[in-house]
Design a protein around this ligand. Structure first.
Ligand code: GLC
Length: 811
């Protein structure tokens, strides 16, 4: 069973905090100390990222971890000082203080803020005398106790469902496939990201406790003055990201653990799934409906029934006799096909994938050296040892069987890994991964949370090798810190409940605050029957997810956007059309995420950390910085409260203006979810399309609500696939918008980069005018524009050019 119960940390017992320490040596960026038999290293990796490692009993210091993307850090300027009883190591951004007796570590920055300071319990290990491979195979257990500063509040922790704030909570990090119908009281789900982002007085820092085994945090629950971070075994390694803004923390965190890759443009389109579309005819029927009903869609999924007896990397010849033909026909209609792949390999001597894996010794083992087996969809299965680079390469190469038929992307599922005996269990901790890093065997308990990430990594690397010119599209359910560099994460098996629609909001925001920005929940809910209103409201939310996919379980009612008739079908159509129109905006936000690690779907606190009201605002969110979305998540409800942070916001459907900070009551009938646009911030939109590649984005519209004040935003474009953007083949423009009572000026900066968007027209859609403007001048010459009295919207049509454009409107 999933371990979802609450536990209390082991503060007593055999816990031994590290005592007095002495400096052994140091170099330009790091200190090496000894405390008893433990070696402690403290290093400045960059100006604002620090690493602390403690290695007991002569363990050799090492930081190899699936979480870490970057090992090679450039030089960093530091200075070391030795005031009384302490050693300090300073960068231009922060100082780490190492008190020597007893050994205690804390951080300060130029604003004299103290953060991540060891509490009197410090750091150390729970000793387990008599550790034995059967009962206590993990040896000493690391523990870290940090003081909670005045007003400090905790966030992050990955895919948690209950809310944004984690202060006063107990967190378990252990990947499970939870039983059907999880609730907010389930602590750990499919993925584990042992990372907290703390905020105190508007300033933040982050802490990654890097251990892929079972990890637990007590964030000021047992003692409101303390946070505890501990694991079941292994060394003690943690990283501190100094901030002080949440954006800087996330930028540092993703510099260390890896950034979200640029997605293929098509993957921003709407996607449709079911467990399962059972055969070719059903898939064709779904595709036909999307096009006939004019509901945008880019991707259709094949769930487990496309395989032969659920054998991974095979096709079921009866259900799908001609996958190439099907995929190519769908391709002509603008659909791509993504297939599911599970880690369990059916034990069947006549099945080449199993036979080869066994022959090459690539599966997990029992302690007696026999192959380890458990049951999943295909029956009895063996499980690849993804910690072994050779296994990953072999697994990656196996995707050829899918890619050769035209499959566009891979959906990695059940990779906690999930086991059926007993139901909802996972691999026992004593299973052996024979080919761990450096060829050293590891117990599953030591690497459990990394299993899903390693599978996703194998898929991504395989796709890159098989199709080097294309951006891999990989989805994963399970993973560990850093999973964002391999795959997007979808959040597994929710239920068709209003409560699960609500919980999607904090869940995706928590992921975004933990470095996993490319995410989505199953639109409409997976388990159980959805209904028209729920699907429509869920699509109103889903249209704003970084990954927008409708999916449902076997045996449930149909859940395609048209499944419940009118008015729901039209609501879904219009919302998905809006999403399709927003793809240029979303793509711009994805690029920011790729470059800086900023969440795509982000909590208000990310942009407004000085505003404490945002800390608990978990039922609304921002997409990028321009859009604020506040979904309706109750049946029969047309009104809700929305908090608008500082600045000026315009209601998308009515054009009404609000000056934040403000609490407002909004009317949101079906089809008009509360959506606000920040003033003076451009929202790039394309024309309506059936799928992202249907035609050129011509015209590209910049939607703007100019008002007094000024703001700058961006438009980013590139080829939408491939890696040319890394060589400068992209087009970026700054959009500066300034308004006053008399005039509006929009300045489009010169196009940066060598990519030339294939279109003629760039359109400004300026909303919120009370009357027709007096004049419109483009680059000093009077220009044509259209004004719509009823909506107060002015449209200025510009020719696409690489030069700068200044549009001045006299009101
Ligand atoms: C798991 C997945 C679900 C999928 C099903 C069958 O439950 O989470 O999305 O449809 O397996 O493959």
């Amino acid at each position: 069973m999933a371990e979802t119960f609450e536990q209390q940390p082991e503060t007593g017992g055999n816990y031994e905090p590290l005592g007095a320490a002495e400096l052994l040596d140091h170099d330009a960026r790091s200190l090496r100390l000894r405390a008893g038999s433990t070696i402690v290293e403290v290093a400045a990796l960059s100006e604002d990222i620090f690493r602390v490692g403690a290695f007991p009993d002569g363990d050799t210091p090492g930081y190899d971890s699936e979480a870490i993307a970057r090992e090679d850090w450039g030089s960093v300027e530091t200075s070391m000082e030795r005031p009384d009883g302490e050693i300090t190591l300073s960068t231009s951004g922060a100082t780490v203080h190492v008190a020597l007796d007893p050994l205690r570590i804390s951080f300060t920055d130029a604003s004299s803020r103290t953060f991540a300071a060891d509490d009197e319990l410090g750091m150390g290990f729970v000793r387990r005398p008599g550790a034995d491979v059967f009962t206590q195979p993990l040896g000493s257990a690391p523990r870290l106790y940090k003081r909670r500063e005045e007003g400090e509040r905790y966030f992050g922790c990955g895919e948690r469902t209950s809310g944004l704030e984690k202060t006063g909570s107990y967190q378990i990090f252990w990947n499970v496939d939870p039983p059907l119908g999880h609730t907010a009281s389930f602590n750990n789900l499919y993925a584990s990201i042992p990372f907290t982002l703390s905020l105190a007085n508007g300033r933040s820092y982050g802490l990654l406790f890097d251990n892929p085994g079972r990890v637990e945090f007590d964030l000021a629950l047992e003692d409101e003055g303390r946070a505890y971070y501990g694991a079941e075994g292994g060394n003690l390694v943690y990283y501190v990201f100094c901030g002080p803004t949440p954006a800087e923390v996330l930028s540092g965190y993703t510099e260390l653990t890896g950034r979200t890759p640029m997605p293929p443009l098509w993957s921003l389109g709407n996607q449709q799934c079911r467990y399962s579309y059972m055969d070719e005819a059903e898939v064709r029927e779904v595709a036909r409906n999307f096009r006939e009903r004019e509901i945008p869609c880019d991707v259709i999924y094949l769930d487990i029934h496309y395989m032969d007896g659920y054998r991974v990397f095979t096709w079921n010849d009866e259900r799908f006799p001609d996958p190439e033909g099907l995929i190519s026909d769908l391709g002509e209609q603008g659909f791509r096909v993504v297939t599911i792949v599970d880690p369990g390999v059916k034990v069947d001597e006549n099945y080449d994938v199993y036979a080869e894996g066994r022959e090459r010794d690539l599966f997990c083992k029992k302690r007696d050296g026999e192959e380890y087996h458990n049951a999943v969809w295909p029956g009895v299965c063996a499980f690849p040892d993804f910690t072994n680079p050779e296994t990953r390469e072999w697994w990656g190469d196996n995707h050829r069987a899918l890619l050769d038929r035209g499959v566009a992307g891979i959906w990695c599922d059940m990779n906690e890994p999930s086991h059926f005996i007993p139901r909802n269990s996972t691999m026992p901790g004593h299973v052996v991964h024979p080919g761990g890093p450096g060829g050293e065997p590891r117990l599953h308990a030591q690497v459990h949370n990394a299993y899903g990430s390693l599978m996703a990594r194998a898929a991504r690397e395989g796709l890159l090798k098989l199709r080097p010119g294309e951006r891999p599209f990989v989805i994963t359910r399970a993973g560990y810190a850093g999973l964002q560099r391999h795959a997007l994460q979808w959040t597994g098996d929710n239920s068709s409940w209003w409560e699960h629609l609500w919980m999607s909001m904090p869940q995706l925001q928590n992921l975004g605050l933990s470095g996993v920005a490319w995410t989505g929940v199953d639109v409409g809910g997976f388990w159980g029957d959805s209904n028209g209103e729920l699907l429509a409201r869920w699509t109103e939310f889903g249209a704003f997810q970084p990954f927008c996919r409708n999916h449902t379980a076997i045996g449930t009612r149909r859940q395609e956007p048209w499944a419940f008739g009118e008015p729901y079908e039209s609501v879904c159509r219009e919302m998905l059309k809006l999403r399709q129109r927003l793809v240029p905006y979303l793509y711009t936000v994805f690029e920011e995420c790729h470059r800086r690690g900023s969440p795509i779907l982000r909590p208000l606190l990310f942009e407004y950390p000085e505003d404490e009201t945002t800390y608990t605002t978990d039922d609304e969110f921002l997409v990028g910085e321009a859009l604020l979305v506040a979904p309706i998540t109750r049946p029969g409800t047309e009104h809700r409260h929305v908090y608008l942070p500082r600045g000026c916001w315009f209601h998308y459907w009515t054009g009404e203006r609000f000056d934040g900070p403000a609490h407002v009551l909004v009317h949101a009938p079906l089809g008009e979810p509360p959506l606000y646009v920040r003033a003076n911030t451009a929202v790039p939109m394309g024309p309506e399309m059936a799928h992202t590649g249907e035609k050129a984005t011509n015209p590209l519209t910049l939607l703007l609500y100019p008002t007094e004040g000024a703001d700058e935003s961006t438009l980013y474009e590139d080829a939408g696939d491939g890696f040319g953007y890394e060589e400068g083949e992209y087009a970026r423009r700054a959009v500066f918008c300034e308004g006053s009572a008399e005039s509006v000026t929009v300045r489009l900066g010169e196009r940066e980069g060598t990519f030339v968007p294939g279109r003629e027209e760039l359109r400004l859609e300026l909303r919120g005018f009370g009357s027709a403007p007096e004049s419109v001048v483009v680059n000093g010459e009077s220009a044509r524009s259209r004004y719509d009295e009823e909506s107060g919207t002015m449209v200025v049509s510009l020719r696409e050019t690489e030069g700068a454009l200044t549009v001045e409107v006299a009101r």
